[in-house]
Design a protein around this ligand. Structure first.
Ligand SMILES: Nc1ncnc2c1ncn2[C@@H]1O[C@H](COP(=O)(O)OP(=O)(O)OP(=O)(O)O)[C@@H](O)[C@H]1O
Length: 248
């Protein structure tokens, strides 16, 4: 087996800088993320976490630096093309189509993800949809209106929609915010099981215990810069992290 640190990175971010007018939200950020890694991204409010994932997903153009994904330079690629390459993102606040059932919501995501020219029968699409819902523990909710879902079910559906694009890299943006501790465990278990299935996951999370349990490595941003990167234990013990993030 190839040791993880010698594998080619799935995602390589090099010297990335993002400015909003005169304000620098990301300042010369470089990091490699390995295939299969569970990567926690932390930092205080306004430190640049969302900006970084917007630069990875393509929502933001960058001023300088490059984003390489599976050895391809995707820095200038449109967001939907990055989705097709295998980058998916779940949003902190799920916005399902309220007039639709869970199954219909997922079908929309599957349609979006469909490769142009690929012929997939309705039965195949339905099978794919049901297998994703089963993986997410939502099979019994397939025909339920999205408006009837609980908060934790909505978060799972948001992850299911991201999974519909068959990602190699899944970026989970605060999927656990506002959930009870048992619900946090449910979503964490789900993300763990996805990570065990050939999916690399970047998890943005403010719930420290979840980050600690989930991550192989953690990176902490502060004011747009990386102040620490390493194992969860190393990062939590880092004095700059404690000062910046934990306010101690
Ligand atoms: N579209 C934008 N226009 C102007 N400034 C922005 C924009 N998006 C983010 N910023 C600024 O960039 C900085 C980083 O914001 P970002 O949302 O990336 O932080 P964050 O670490 O995700 O914070 P939080 O934990 O609160 O979500 C903040 O000062 C924010 O105000």
């Amino acid at each position: 087996m190839i040791p993880p640190e010698t594998q080619a990175p799935l995602l390589r971010i090099s010297a990335l800088t993002k400015r909003f007018g005169g304000f620098t939200a990301l300042d010369n950020v470089s990091v490699d993320i390995r295939p299969g890694e569970r990567f926690g991204l932390i930092g205080p409010n306004g430190s640049g976490k969302t900006t970084l994932i917007n630069c990875i997903s393509g929502a933001f153009r960058t001023e300088a630096g490059t984003v390489m994904f599976r050895d391809e330079d995707i820095t200038r690629l449109q967001p939907h093309m990055r989705t097709r390459r295998g980058i998916a993102r779940s949003f902190q606040i799920p916005r399902p189509f309220k007039s639709m059932t869970v199954a219909e919501n997922l079908m929309v995501a599957l349609d979006f993800a469909a490769v142009t020219g690929e012929i997939v029968s309705a039965a195949q699409r339905r099978d794919t949809m049901m297998s994703i819902l089963t993986r997410m523990g939502l099979a019994s909710k397939a025909n339920v209106s999205a408006t009837k879902l609980s908060q934790v079910e909505l978060r799972k559906m948001e992850l299911a929609r991201a999974m519909a694009t068959h990602p190699k890299l899944l970026i989970s943006d605060e999927a656990m915010a506002g959930l009870s501790s048992s619900e946090v465990d449910e979503v964490l278990d789900l993300l763990m099981s996805l990570a065990g299935q050939d999916i690399t996951i970047i998890m943005i999370e403010h719930i420290m215990q979840a980050v600690m349990r989930f991550s192989d490595r953690v990176m902490c941003l502060d004011a747009g810069r990386i102040i620490a990167i390493g194992t969860p234990t190393e990062v939590m013990a880092n004095q700059r992290v404690q000062e910046a993030y934990l306010g101690t």
